[in-house]
Design a protein around this ligand. Structure first.
Ligand SMILES: Cc1cc2nc3c(=O)[nH]c(=O)nc-3n(C[C@H](O)[C@H](O)[C@H](O)COP(=O)(O)OP(=O)(O)OC[C@H]3O[C@@H](n4cnc5c(N)ncnc54)[C@H](O)[C@@H]3O)c2cc1C
Ligand code: FES
Length: 252
């Protein structure tokens, strides 16, 4: 593209996965009635915590965290029209994606605690696998409302992490919300970094906990995203353009 004619942001969009590519679905795993995992017939060079924009004809593009990059894997909760359309995809169907986008997690610490609420566990399972490969001790807390909503306990286990399950109603694992259970874990172990992905309230609880325990926290935030590459401003919160500077933010 000609320098000077095309503006810097457009160049950034063009190079940053600007072309959605049609990719076939290889496999679908029904995690529970509301959550499915799509395994796509493509691999990407990506960091845990990065996301991609997914699109189907007739729908708006939406962001999804990479649950794995080789092959690209997305874990999708059915909450509205687009995620419902993803839930009816079958092996062989096409999904359009562009990415990887955003800043992911940086691996730091020697004994780390990962806390995922609902489908927030997806990027953390990718992170757990990479951290364990580097010899880091990983505890993964997978938190949900009820036993039937708990996700990824088996995947964390298979990657070699110590797994803690927490449910709000006590129907599986420890009873309590994610930050309460995380506080108990931090109080009883010598963790040197905290990672989180999940609902906003949970992230704020984790941020406060990390400050109280004097350890760094890397937390993955959600926002309404349209371009995914810093052009439209729809994901800006408190001066931070989350699709570019996040979705993972680090707090000391
Ligand atoms: C960086 C990033 C990563 C993401 N990663 C994932 C992921 O890995 N898996 C995933 O499933 N989603 C993920 N999301 C959210 C995903 O983009 C939305 O779930 C999707 O936009 C929903 O689109 P929709 O058209 O189905 O529903 P919408 O029409 O957008 O929403 C339908 C209704 O559900 C509500 N709603 C939207 N999201 C949620 C939610 N999470 N929980 C409860 N209610 C909700 C809306 O407020 C609205 O009322 C991510 C978002 C961001 C920003
Ligand atoms: S989604 Fe457009 S600036 Fe972030």
């Amino acid at each position: 593209m000609a320098e000077g004619i095309i503006s810097q942001p457009i160049r950034r969009w063009w190079w940053a996965g600007g072309h959605p590519q049609a990719i076939r679905v290889l496999r679908v795993v029904r995690e529970n009635p509301r959550v499915s995992t799509l395994i796509l017939d493509v691999r990407m060079e990506a960091q845990p915590g990065q996301f991609l924009m997914a699109w189907l004809p007739g729908y708006e593009e939406k962001p999804f965290s990479l649950a794995e990059a080789d092959p690209v894997t997305l874990t999708v909760a059915r909450v509205g029209p687009f995620s419902a359309a993803l839930h009816v995809l079958q092996p062989g169907d096409c999904l359009w994606i562009r990415g990887p986008l955003g800043r992911g997690f940086t691996i730091e610490g020697q004994r780390i605690l990962l806390v995922g609420g609902g489908y927030g566990v997806a990027p953390l399972a990718f992170l757990a696998r990479q951290a364990i490969a580097q010899g880091i001790r990983v505890t993964a807390l997978t938190a949900a409302r009820r036993a039937e909503d708990v996700l990824y306990a088996d995947r964390f286990q298979a990657s070699g992490a110590s797994v803690v399950v927490a449910t709000e109603d006590g129907s599986a694992g420890e009873r309590g919300r994610a930050p309460e259970v995380a506080a108990r874990l931090l109080g009883s172990g010598s963790y040197d970094a905290l990672y989180g992905c999940g609902p906003e309230g949970m992230l704020e609880g984790l941020r406060a906990l990390a400050a109280a325990f004097g350890i760094p926290a890397q937390l993955s935030y959600e926002a309404y995203m349209r371009c995914g590459v810093g052009l439209c401003g729809s994901c800006e919160r408190e001066g931070i353009v989350l699709c570019l500077e996040g979705p993972v933010l680090r707090f000391q």
